[in-house]
Design a protein around this ligand. Structure first.
Ligand code: ACO
Length: 364
């Protein structure tokens, strides 16, 4: 039987000019720009344009505000109030694509609309489940995508510091190579299916706890630890039970995730809950020490989700909207990969090594 590589580690499945994830150096570039610089000086809307078009926009880009049209609102209204918000995002995108007739080939115009629509769907569902109506996007024209998410949830114009912090988070999460959700989007695109289908599949892949589901896990973890004095005992017990610490470890990075460093700076600059931030910083130190002891042969460092959790908490998002917020940001990377795959890709079709029974007769 051929060698099996079930996690596809080390398999090079695409050539890309979108982003570089250098796991050993702890470096992340979007089209040649360092993530730390982009988080400090870029805006998410400009970064989205960079990812889609390949070059930094000549004039500062703000994606046009999108309204929830009838079929999308009807689809969101049909969901139970306790539906997972990520399911609502996937449903809303699907309804939009069907109503708009999004078809092959994908285009940057479709991508811009989809990226701008995603925060409005998340915010619209967050309101509908509380019995409130979606917010009229008029009045949010000056905001970028991150600000529009806050506006679509609360109906109010967000404080500039919160908008800026969420925007930096969005920049950090916009793109990350051939992660599971992006790969899913490229596989779907490789069949010449449409942009909406590719992004819906990617949202499904992101839903898993091992991929995009970690920031709310980090919050639960910090809530349970409660006080740094309890951290060592709590973490030792969790590791002894074979559990994974949320916000640590990464398939690619063998050093600190550069996005975690950028987001720690964002969290420190946010006038949020100072005690919560201090708890996160102190618990991180304990966790890193105990993870090194627990797995001396495996470098387990802080990943993006750890300080993402602190930033998302600081901007006032409810914890069940953490992963949907991540998804809104990642629509930019998914769409860029869909466009690249559509232009240069080939049908993705690996093989499985059959390990089932040999030929046998059907029982009568
Ligand atoms: N806590 C404790 N142990 C860990 C952790 C962790 N966070 N991460 C990995 N390990 C251990 C594993 O249990 C495994 O031990 P074993 O060899 O005894 O079975 C060893 O380290 C290697 O782990 P792998 O599963 O090979 O690592 P992989 O590359 O598949 O996983 C992953 C990466 C999924 C991110 C993992 O580190 C993890 O589960 N982390 C916690 C969840 C998390 O923070 N996810 C967000 C990732 S970032 C993102 O998706 C945007």
């Amino acid at each position: 039987m051929a060698d099996v590589n079930p996690g596809l580690e080390g398999v090079v499945a695409a050539k890309t000019t979108i982003g570089l994830v250098d796991g050993s150096a702890g470096r992340l570039l979007y089209r040649g720009y360092e993530i730390g610089d982009l988080a400090a000086r870029g805006t998410f809307d400009s970064v989205a344009a960079l990812l889609l078009d390949g070059e930094w926009p000549a004039v500062r880009e703000t994606l046009p505000p999108m309204e929830l049209d009838g079929p999308v609102v009807a689809a969101l209204r049909s969901l139970p109030a306790d539906a997972a918000p990520l399911d609502a995002l996937r449903t809303g995108i699907s309804a939009w694509g069907a109503a708009r007739g999004v078809d092959w080939p994908p285009s940057t115009a479709q991508a811009r609309e989809l990226i701008a629509l995603a925060p409005v769907i998340v915010g619209g569902f967050a309101r509908l489940r509380e019995g409130d109506e979606p917010v009229d996007p008029a009045g949010s024209e000056g905001l970028g995508v991150a600000g529009r998410l806050l506006h679509a949830i609360s109906g109010e114009l967000p404080e500039a510091s919160r908008e800026r912090a969420l925007d930096a988070y969005f920049v950090c999460c916009a793109e990350h190579g051939l992660n599971a959700s992006t790969f899913t989007a490229r596989v779907i695109t490789s069949t010449h299916s449409d942009l909406t289908s590719a992004v819906c599949g990617a949202v499904g892949a992101l839903k898993g706890r091992l991929h995009g589901g970690a920031p709310s896990g980090v919050r639960d973890q910090l809530t349970q630890i409660g006080n740094v004095e309890h951290a060592e005992r709590w973490i030792r017990d969790a590791l002894a039970r074979g559990e994974r610490l949320m916000g640590f470890g990464h398939r690619i990075y063998r050093t600190t995730d550069p996005r975690a460093q950028a987001l720690r700076g964002v969290a420190e600059g946010l006038a949020g809950d100072a005690e919560w931030l201090k708890l996160a910083i102190d618990v991180e130190d304990v966790a890193l020490r105990l993870l090194a002891e627990h797995k001396p042969d495996r470098v387990l460092k802080t990943n993006v989700e750890y300080y993402a959790s602190v930033v998302l908490d600081g901007v006032g998002l409810p914890s069940d909207l953490y992963t949907p917020a991540f998804a809104v940001a990642r629509t930019a990377g998914w769409c860029a990969h869909v466009l690249e795959q559509a232009e240069h890709g080939r049908l993705i079709r690996p093989v499985a090594a059959y390990a089932g029974p040999g030929v046998r007769p059907v029982p009568l």
